[in-house]
Design a binder for this molecule. Structure first.
Ligand code: GAF
Length: 364
């Protein structure tokens, strides 16, 4: 059977909604520590098409997997599969008193799974946008991000922070979303025009519902208890000596968060003043901190960052997203991103045996 909406459900879709993937420029593992992040969008998007149907049944088709699934509104239950994203969203909307009816939905995504580019949040935000239109729900874009996070933390079962959902819901191309994760206040910071944003997927997929991410969160909570603060955000750089005196590995974990928050603020200042050399340095420093202090990088990603360092046209490069696989974000001289991204990808593939994917700049 063909994989269009009509061929799956026998009628046209009434609503189409989209949400982009995101790349975080800097500010990693700071969101669940009440800190600062600086994401922007990537060109790849997730698309949902929906039509209302009689009764409480939801029928779904995941085009990329060529899989169908269904459930009944009010009977949402964890299954460990892709349909949990839908179930989580309808469960949270219903909990907030929004009135939904049954619907048919087709999902498709250009954001590669496990790439550290928020395929999950893009799906959740696209779904919420689609349902907002289909059922005339009174929810704004920040509420969409909050609902998406609740769905992911709840029924989906991934204990992630709020950055990805806020980025997929609110970030715009050509601008960074400078977000304070403590109160969700944000500013839009235009990206420098004389730079190419390069995003290269290492071809190694990560898993967030998995243990390593949760271990890092628990380590941060323990560090807070020992330091007597509500969150690591409360510690300025001046407290580093106290932080470093924590038992290992807590000292290094907390040092990453404290220095990373400071780097986000410096990066925003560097973007505003057009200081690309400084911004690049901050990227490399952030990567080193994730690799050595937070220990969320892997050999493949480290190799890409080192290959980027050898390129004259690259200002800076770092692991983006949660880590344990995923993608590298780089800043390159304007007009050179495609060339250096391709050269780094080729050399990386040769040395690692992996299959990298250059997500942006697109070939033209
Ligand atoms: C993942 C999580 F989903 C985010 O909330 C954030 O913690 C990120 O890892 C690390 O900065 O993308």
């Amino acid at each position: 059977m063909s994989n269009t909406f009509v061929s799956q459900f026998g009628q046209e879709s009434q609503v189409t909604a989209r949400a982009p993937g995101r790349v975080n420029l800097i500010g990693e593992h700071t969101d669940y520590n009440d800190g600062f992040v600086l994401p922007t969008t990537i060109p790849q998007e997730t698309t949902v098409q929906l039509t209302r149907r009689e009764g409480p049944e939801v029928r779904a088709y995941a085009a990329d997997l060529d899989r169908r699934g269904s459930y009944t509104l009010g009977g949402e239950a964890h299954t460990g599969s892709w349909i949990d994203y839908l179930q989580g969203v309808t469960q949270e909307l219903t909990r907030d008193g929004h009135e939904l009816g049954g619907f048919d939905v087709r999902l498709s995504s250009e954001v590669p799974l496990g790439s550290g580019l928020s395929s999950s949040a893009a799906l959740l935000v696209a779904l919420l946008r689609g349902l907002r239109e289909l059922f005339s729900l009174q929810i704004d874009d920040v509420e969409i991000a909050r609902l998406a996070r609740r769905a992911e933390n709840g029924l989906v079962g991934a204990n992630v922070g709020i950055m990805d959902q806020m980025a997929c819901s609110l970030a715009r191309e050509g601008e960074a979303l400078f977000l304070d994760c403590r109160d969700l206040s944000f500013e839009r910071v235009p990206l420098p025009r004389d730079v190419d944003l390069v995003v290269l997927h290492s071809g190694v997929e990560h898993q967030h519902a998995g243990g390593d991410y949760n271990t890092r969160r628990a380590e941060c909570e323990r560090a807070c208890e020992l330091l007597g603060v509500a969150s690591l955000r409360d510690l300025p750089l001046g407290d580093l000596l106290r932080v470093e005196a924590l038992p290992e590995p807590l000292g290094r974990r907390a040092r990453h968060v404290v220095t990373e928050n400071a780097r986000v603020l410096e990066a925003v200042a560097a973007i505003r003043s057009g200081d690309l050399a400084k911004l690049g340095e901050l990227f490399f420093a952030s990567h080193a901190s994730m690799r050595d202090d937070y220990e969320v990088s892997i050999a493949e990603v480290d190799l890409i960052v080192e290959l980027a360092r050898e390129q004259q046209a690259v200002y800076g490069a770092r692991l983006t997203g949660g880590g344990f696989g995923g993608s590298v974000v780089m800043l390159a001289r304007l007009g050179e991103g495609r060339r250096v991204g391709g050269a780094i990808a080729d050399e990386y593939a040769r040395r690692s045996g992996r299959t990298p994917k250059l997500l942006t700049p697109a070939a033209n």
